[in-house]
Write a protein that binds this ligand. Structure first.
Ligand SMILES: Cc1cc2nc3c(=O)[nH]c(=O)nc-3n(C[C@H](O)[C@H](O)[C@H](O)COP(=O)(O)OP(=O)(O)OC[C@H]3O[C@@H](n4cnc5c(N)ncnc54)[C@H](O)[C@@H]3O)c2cc1C
Length: 409
């Protein structure tokens, strides 16, 4: 293989580039990224970065941005890659293995790593001023600038990990925060209702109002027109969030955190199989062995993960198989993610299925410090810790060693 092109210059893309060089690939390497920034880390964007002081020329703000960097000049030299940043891939010609770029250029390549991640879902209608999503550094800069102007009323739409972390950061900054969640209990799908309920108590502990079982009908703006109305313009400023149960929540700032969709639009019609992401086998390979995928955009053996660790591990597996020309290694790592909110670290590893029984085996939910093990037919399937990092790692290792029983279906 003489040339490999990586599409997506973020976490999975960088780890794929590292893996290519580490696994001995010495051909031409091109990395295409839509964002103008060199690879940076997203997890801090909803956490420390949001609470760091903002402001043009502020050294604290610059430090916060510096800490996001995933790579440095020395590594960039060692990777010996052509970086096409601020450049979007717009189409793929499978037969000629050619990637069309928004600059008008077409790149032909022997191997292709697809690492285009995911984009936030948005509410229908135009987004009025004061309403945000949080995925990129530019999103985080804009939201932080708004939040550091003084105490405001913030409504976070969506009580998942991102919403909870952002709510926690807003509360730490002294804002009045309400979280709106459509499900009866946030995170119940990921953690099961019982444990999710325990995690949800963190909101109330920190003075954040959590409204569950209700959806957003529309964002209201200064002219008191719903933004779903065709006449509304994005220049209008958000003033309230209208819920489907009729309640109107006054809001100066709204963050929509209702999930993501994989960045696959540019592959429509290419012939690559697309489902909930780019469909790959267990080795992150598409049906075309010279094309592999990794990270939030990849549906690996039917599962699309949206976790930092999966993106890095999949990149190494994908590259291994790309260089081998067929799937010789599969991605078997135990799924793992963490979330930092309200001064607490939540960690989860394993394959929980609905019906698995959680048991608290250490600590106490009352102390906001406990470790729960999920079990199926008496065998552990997953582990969750709230503020118990050391025992968590031990249980995670044991779970990885023992393997997780097949899902009851
Ligand atoms: C605010 C925030 C907090 C998070 N916190 C945690 C956490 O605490 N724990 C955890 O486990 N995970 C967390 N995550 C998830 C984690 O960051 C992601 O799983 C990870 O970023 C996925 O990496 P990726 O490279 O697959 O995708 P991304 O990071 O989304 O990168 C994809 C890149 O591809 C680019 N791209 C898209 N389309 C194109 C195109 N057509 N052409 C060129 N470039 C393109 C995008 O602009 C982007 O730069 C968080 C994510 C966010 C947004």
């Amino acid at each position: 293989m003489k040339s490999v092109t990586v599409i997506g210059a973020s976490l999975a893309g960088l780890y794929a580039a590292r893996a290519l060089r580490a696994q001995g690939y010495d051909g031409r390497l091109t990395i295409v990224g839509e964002e103008a920034h060199p690879p940076y880390d997203r997890p801090p964007l909803s956490k420390d970065f949001l609470t760091a002081p903002s402001g043009e020329g502020s050294s604290a703000a610059e430090d916060a941005e510096d800490r996001l960097a995933l790579t440095d000049a020395e590594e960039l030299t060692a990777l010996d890659a052509d970086w096409l940043l601020g450049t979007r891939a717009t189409g793929l010609d499978l037969r000629h293995r050619a990637v069309r770029l928004d600059t008008g250029r077409t790149l032909t390549t022997d191997g292709l790593v697809l690492a285009t991640g995911a984009a936030p879902l948005r509410l229908p209608g135009p987004a009025p001023a004061g309403s945000y999503t949080l995925r990129t550094l530019d999103d985080a800069r804009a939201l932080r600038a708004e939040l550091t102007r003084g105490p405001v009323r913030v409504v976070v739409i969506g009580g998942g990990f991102l919403g909870a972390e952002a709510a926690s950061s807003c509360a730490a900054l002294g804002h009045r925060v309400t979280v709106v969640e459509a499900a009866p209990v946030p995170l119940a799908r990921q953690l099961g209702a019982e444990i999710a309920q325990l995690c949800a108590t963190l909101h109330a502990d920190h003075g954040v109002t959590l409204l569950t079982g209700t959806r957003v009908r529309a964002l209201r703006t200064a002219g008191d027109r719903a933004t779903a109305d065709d006449e509304a313009t994005a220049a209008d400023r958000v003033t309230a969030v209208e819920l489907t149960d009729g309640r109107l929540l006054p809001a100066d700032v709204v963050l929509t955190a209702i999930g993501v969709r994989p960045h696959t639009d540019w592959l429509d019609g290419s012939g690559l199989p697309l489902g909930d992401g780019i469909r790959c086998d267990a080795g992150c390979a598409t049906p075309v062995p010279e094309i592999v995928a990794a990270g939030d955009v990849a549906e690996v053996a039917g599962v699309r993960a949206e976790h930092w660790t999966s993106a890095t591990e999949q990149a190494a597996t994908a590259v291994h198989n790309l260089l081998a020309g067929r799937t010789v290694r599969t991605h078997r790592a135990l799924p793992y993610f963490w979330s930092d909110q309200y001064g607490v670290r939540i960690q989860f590893a394993g394959h929980r299925a609905p019906g698995d029984t959680p048991r608290i085996i250490e600590g106490s939910p009352d102390d906001r410090s406990f470790l729960a093990r999920y079990e199926r037919a008496g065998r552990p399937t997953a582990v969750l810790a709230v503020n118990r990092p050391r025992p968590f790692q031990r249980h995670r290792r044991e779970l990885a060693r023992a393997g997780v029983p097949a899902s009851a279906g």
